[in-house]
Design a protein around this ligand. Sequence first.
Ligand code: C2E
Ligand code: MG
Ligand code: MG
Ligand code: MG
Length: 281
Amino acid sequence: VNRAKRTGRTEIYQSQIFALARRQFGIETELRRAIDTGRMMLHYQPICDLATGRVVSFEALARWRNEAGQEIPPSEFIPVAEESGLIVPLGRWAIEEAAKTLSLWDRGGEAAQGVKLAVNLSAIQLQRDDVPQLLQDTLSRYALGGDRITLELTESAIVSDPDRITKLMHALKEIGATLAMDDFGTGYSNLAYLQRLPIDVLKIDRSFVAGMLADRDKIAIVRAVLSLAQALGMATTAEGIETNELAQTLAALGCTYGQGFLYARPLAPNAAYQFLLDRNA
Ligand code: C2E
Ligand code: MG
Ligand code: MG
Ligand code: MG
């Protein structure tokens, strides 16, 4: 009886793995096509100066509506893109798209001129592609300064190949880009990298920010990150700000920038540009 049970379970398990693999392969095939055919979009979420409320930048976030018309969230397709290597063309596309959007906004007048766009870089993309060269080429083609781009990296990028990543980050600084450590506090890494690497901004993960007003431990972590960043001369961005009270508390604690649904959800390019005009008027 035991054996039969075990065999049955193994079969169920295997069929689940096959179903998963099929689904994964389906996503992969369609994802490849989506990048080539313009089904992938970038939406832009404003990041505001907490002291003045002005928009200082937007984070570019990939949005994908598949051929069946469903929105597939990045939490689903980014891992597939990383496993399949598609993250390289996807990452290239995102830098191109962000630069194109910036140059379009610049043509609209003064409003966007000091505004940056932040692009997320996957650890895998950093390993497999020459991102500094790519960024330099793209910026030149659009006649944009390097100071218009922020690159968001995660701790996993640093852990994977510290020497290579150190050179790479210095090369990106050379171009003038701003470097932000994304999801700070959620990875497993040696904090020594903070003094070694040219990081400009720590992004405090939403998991610490969102519930912090009702949770002493979370607020303690947020305070600690803020004072760490201050001591190291880095700016800070709090993610996941959904209420005014949270924005005010973070501003009082000395956090530099804020991002979250309080200000806006990630917006289609035109809506983001309109948001910028309204907010910074
Ligand atoms: P992330 O870089 O940490 O981006 C912030 C995520 O938090 C976004 O989710 C954003 O929509 C969400 N968010 C912002 N404010 C709030 C809020 O107030 N409340 C809540 N509940 N959520 C908020 P999204 O767009 O689903 O992206 C998830 C992750 O996927 C990103 O996390 C990033 O790691 C990755 N990702 C998205 N686009 C790209 C891309 O173009 N390239 C790469 N490599 N990764 C990307
Ligand atoms: Mg990010
Ligand atoms: Mg983040
Ligand atoms: Mg995050």
